[in-house]
Design a protein around this ligand. Structure first.
Ligand code: SDX
Length: 427
């Protein structure tokens, strides 16, 4: 394997070491580039730039491979419990029963959310987007848990981690119940993590809540599939905010805001809105395919394409199968599932999409399952955030444990150079 690369500039040759990973990825270590050459790199959207070395998640975009700490996503999605996967991502190994029981018990200890957080929730208009509510309440958690801010010891980090693992599902449920006009409820420590999420989100105040295994199994799988995805937009946001030693809750709140965008996690809501629009328009998928290919039309086929996957997103494959299973088990016929499948078939045989290697991503089918579970469309990205929480935590913890420097990219300045100041009277 090559150990370095050479750069020739102004008749001088500079050598930069190559950094290799455990999956044979190679990167040029340019830590000394500016000191040696005066040059910086320019890479809008960081399409070619690695921000860190990480052992949390690996994905191979060409092969459509996704692994959490070395475990294939297919094995975890079909065989693990979400809290196990959260523990794996955050601490690096699958837990023993004793470790999992302690993690669950420590989370239960922290699952009461300060009643005054309801005052903040109630101050939002009913029309507020749930992602804005979630980002605000997550940041507000800092005010009610001040010890979580300046965490340097592993012990303090663990306390902050179990605190947000415990309180986040409660504020997710409260956000949904606010949207639906339902009274706010509390965590039930007798239940597993995912069963507790289902009960908090779906229990009606006028009846008992019987856990539905189809619903909890679907939730468990969706949360696992969304749990981490290496250095995506929102995770990179969590890392860079955390690199200033802002607390965990503030870093997660920033990640929620980044995830909100329709080009990122907000796509799962945009997909359903797109499919609904196609249905309302008579189901003419060809018309919308033409719009997606028209450079003069801002319309994009939401749920398609990916910065890294140039093959099928392995999560989309699993979710597509699960969508059929869940709808059949719940006895639901949803015409937009057929529209989605029709779009996928057309896109996979259309040169525009084939040439650009645009395949369905994690967001293309997930909304169909959330809808079948009775989750409002505007809550879909909140569900993405609930799944991604352990990944954000794992990446934040790795960045802090590695004592990584504060993130501060350079630029190429293109603005005015010499301007002579004139006071207001003279302008
Ligand atoms: C997530 O990064 C992650 O890991 C994210 C995520 C995670 O788990 O964290 O996987 C979750 O965010 C999934 C992506 C959800 N977003 C969408 O579904 C929105 C629709 N997709 C696109 O906007 C787009 O594909 C992106 C944003 C996902 C990726 O954009 P890139 O990598 O910057 O690619 P690009 O915009 O430069 O597109 C390359 C070409 C362009 O055409 P040309 O200029 O080459 O002619 O493909 C075209 C684009 O116009 N294109 C699309 C398209 N996506 C890309 N054309 C029509 N419809 C689309 N969806």
């Amino acid at each position: 394997m090559e150990k370095s690369v050479k750069l020739t500039y102004k008749n001088e040759t500079f050598e930069f070491p190559l950094v290799g990973g455990t999956e044979d990825e190679l990167g040029i270590d340019i830590k000394k580039l500016r000191a040696l050459t005066g040059l910086v790199t320019l890479d809008p959207g960081f399409k070619n730039s690695g921000s860190c070395q990480s052992g949390v998640t690996f994905l191979d975009g060409e092969k459509g491979v996704l692994k959490y700490r070395g475990y294939a996503i297919e094995d975890l999605a079909n065989g693990a419990d979400f809290l196990e996967v959260a523990y794996l991502l955050i601490f690096g190994e699958l837990p023993t029963s004793a470790q999992l029981d302690k993690f669950q018990s420590d989370i239960n200890e922290e699952s009461i959310v300060d009643e005054d957080l309801k005052v903040i929730l109630k101050s939002f208009p009913k029309t507020a987007h749930p992602m804005g509510i979630l980002a605000s309440l997550t940041s507000a958690l800092t005010a009610f848990n001040p010890s979580s801010v300046d965490v340097d010891s592993e012990e303090d980090m663990y306390k902050a981690i179990v605190t947000i693992m415990a309180k986040f599902p409660v504020i997710v449920a409260w956000t949904q119940r606010k949207v639906k006009g339902l009274p706010l409820n509390y965590s039930d420590s007798k239940l597993s993590y995912v069963d507790n999420v289902a009960k908090m989100m779906f229990k009606k105040p006028n009846s008992d809540y019987d856990l539905n295994p189809t619903i909890t199994a679907a939730l468990n799988k969706l949360l696992i599939l969304h749990a981490d995805h290496e250095q995506n937009c929102s995770t990179s946001t969590v890392r860079i905010v955390g690199s200033s030693h802002a607390g965990l809750f503030a870093s997660i709140s920033a990640g929620i805001s980044a995830l909100w965008g329709p080009l990122h996690g907000g796509a799962n809501q945009a997909v359903i809105e797109m499919l609904e629009a196609i249905k309302a328009d008579g189901g003419d998928t060809k018309k919308f395919m033409a719009k997606a290919k028209d450079k003069n039309d801002s319309f994009r086929l939401m749920g398609f394409g990916h910065r890294v996957y140039k093959n099928f997103d392995p999560r989309a494959k699993i979710i597509k199968v699960t969508a059929d299973e869940v709808l059949n088990e719940l006895g639901i016929v949803d015409p937009i599932l057929d529209i989605a499948k029709g779009l996928e078939q057309e896109a996979l045989s259309d040169t525009y999409f084939v040439d650009r290697k645009l395949y369905p991503n994690v967001d293309f089918y997930s909304g169909i399952i959330y809808r079948a579970l009775g989750i409002p469309t505007e809550m879909f990205t909140v569900m993405f955030a609930l799944g991604r929480l352990p990944g954000w935590i794992a990446q934040w913890r790795e960045m802090r444990m590695n004592n990584e420097p504060i993130g501060r990219p350079r630029q190429i300045y293109t603005g005015a150079t010499e301007k002579v100041f004139k006071t207001l009277k003279k302008r």
